[in-house]
Design a protein around this ligand. Structure first.
Ligand SMILES: Nc1ncnc2c1ncn2[C@@H]1O[C@H](COP(=O)(O)OP(=O)(O)OP(=O)(O)O)[C@@H](O)[C@H]1O
Ligand SMILES: [Mg+2]
Length: 465
């Protein structure tokens, strides 16, 4: 037996997936080959043994690959890990099966590096609220546990694709689908808000679309685990704004960046940024690092989405703008209002095109998960990630920062409706003041005289009736 074979076989036994007898049986079958005569001198390569174990139904392909790498941990309490689904900044997500009940679930393993006492306390508090939530647009939480020093959360497994991958593969969504999707997310968020839970990390990677067109929000209740220190000025010393911030830079509400607690309105801002991404395939403030993005959330308006797709209507743009208002008081305040405002667009379900993209991008049963790209490296993808990989050609993220084309194309997103209303009123008063200022003295006194005469006539008429 060679060294690497020893590693594979030891890993197989240690994993508790395969018993000694099963392993011996697999080796015996392979040695016997077609002749049926066992030849004990034949070396069995890992590849063949792994294939035989899969054939015998003892492990699946993904587990066999892991064993070849010498990995041995496939159990978390009562759950057997059967596949890797994804890797975010705050740990890994696995597909797993309950050993007794056979129920297939998703398990999020929370990173040890973040498992501080505070984070665990936050998580445990929110998890209790989460356990009581039951809404078709929220991923259902089943269980939370601790195995050794590994904290994990067990949720419903959702087949399909997350919005980030859906948009990357299928391109920006049409108004109708985007409105339907945001309406469904808002329904789920509305339920969570009513139960006192703010998501704090609403973003495309946390929204799943199933092949049947169902929309489900992921990672609710996890934000407390993710608190990170943000140094807005790039210097840890003498920084008054340094605070504990939760969320992902591309979708962070200005008030949260300023150090205020996240509210339902902060989730609406995150959902607005998510909607911006869903229709344009661009984050609102592309390029730059996380700190620069945060500054831009505070002070800049994002590029008019019609720069990237011209078929967006004024009304749709108005709602998007109201969701992304920088001042939380000028923003759409509740998830219910989002549902209401999108009602004229949203269909009863997503279009067939979106559903088939969701189905084609679904996690193949034992797919090997490709390593995260440079832009999705776990170390940075959680706290303040460069979420989006540079797109090739004229649509590159860098280009989006350098507007070209006509005035409508380069204009920023229009201001929110409430701001527009006060802007209009301010403009009217300004115009009147300017008009009065431009009058000569005679014109001014004639105007006052005329107005007084009008008032006197009106009073006489009033009293004579
Ligand atoms: N319950 C689930 N069912 C199916 N797939 C899931 C589930 N939870 C997560 N996923 C998949 O795993 C991916 C990674 O999730 P994860 O939350 O670890 O990363 P993320 O959302 O990209 O980043 P972050 O760590 O910042 O939340 C998701 O984008 C989604 O595709
Ligand atoms: Mg997530």
């Amino acid at each position: 037996m060679t060294g690497s074979e020893a590693v594979f076989r030891q890993a197989a036994l240690k994993s508790q997936l395969i018993g000694k007898q099963d392993l011996e049986e697999a080796v015996r079958v392979l040695r016997a080959g077609d002749s049926g005569q066992a030849n004990t001198t034949v070396e069995i390569p890992d590849e063949k043994l792994a294939y035989q174990l899969v054939k015998m139904g003892l492990v699946n392909r993904w587990q066999a690959e892991q064993l070849k790498l010498g990995r041995t941990r496939f159990h978390l309490k009562d759950y057997q890990i059967i596949d890797s689904i994804g890797q975010g900044g705050m740990g890994q997500v696995f597909k797993a099966e309950h050993s007794m009940m056979g129920r297939v679930v998703a398990i999020k393993v929370l990173p040890k590096s973040r498992s501080t006492d505070d984070a665990i306390a936050n998580f445990q508090r929110e998890i209790r609220t989460l356990a009581n939530l039951d809404h078709p647009n929220l991923v259902r939480a089943y269980d939370a546990g601790l195995d050794g020093n590994v904290h994990f959360l067990v949720t419903e497994f959702v087949p399909g694709t997350d919005l980030r991958h859906l948009v990357r593969q299928g391109g920006g969504m049409h108004e109708q689908d985007a409105a339907t999707l945001v309406r469904d997310v808002a329904r789920g968020l509305g339920h969570a808000h009513q139960c006192g839970l703010v998501h704090r990390d609403v973003k495309p990677g946390n929204i799943m679309v199933t092949p049947e067109g169902m929309v489900k929000v992921l990672d609710l209740g996890l934000a407390g685990f993710l608190q990170e220190e943000l140094d807005l000025h790039g210097s840890a010393a003498n920084d008054s704004k340094k605070g504990r911030i939760v969320g992902t830079a591309d979708y962070l509400a200005p008030e949260v960046i300023e150090g205020n607690p996240a509210t339902a309105a902060s989730d609406i801002y995150g959902l607005g940024c998510t909607l911006y991404y869903a229709v344009t395939r661009k984050v609102p403030f592309p390029g730059g690092n996380s700190v620069q993005k945060c500054h831009r959330h505070l002070s800049e308006r994002p590029m008019d989405p019609r720069r990237f797709r011209q078929d967006i209507s004024d009304e749709f743009l108005g709602i998007l703008s109201d969701m992304m208002a920088k001042d939380p008081l000028q923003r759409i305040q509740t998830a219910e209002e989002v549902v209401e405002r999108f009602a004229p667009w949203s269909g009863s379900r997503l279009s067939g095109a979106v559903e088939s993209h969701a189905a084609s991008g679904s996690h193949s049963q034992f797919a090997r998960v490709p390593p995260p790209g440079k832009d999705e490296m776990p170390s940075d993808s959680r706290i303040f990630p460069e979420m989006e990989p540079p797109l090739s050609g004229s649509g590159s993220l860098r280009d989006t920062d350098q507007p070209t084309g006509g005035s409508q194309m380069t204009a920023p997103l229009p201001p929110p409706r409430k701001a527009r209303r006060s802007q209009k009123l301010g403009g009217l008063l300004q115009a009147i003041a300017g008009w009065i200022g431009a009058m000569s003295e005679i014109q001014f006194y004639s105007l006052i005289g005329g107005l007084s005469l009008l008032v006197v006539i009106l009073l006489i008429l009033l009293f004579s009736f």
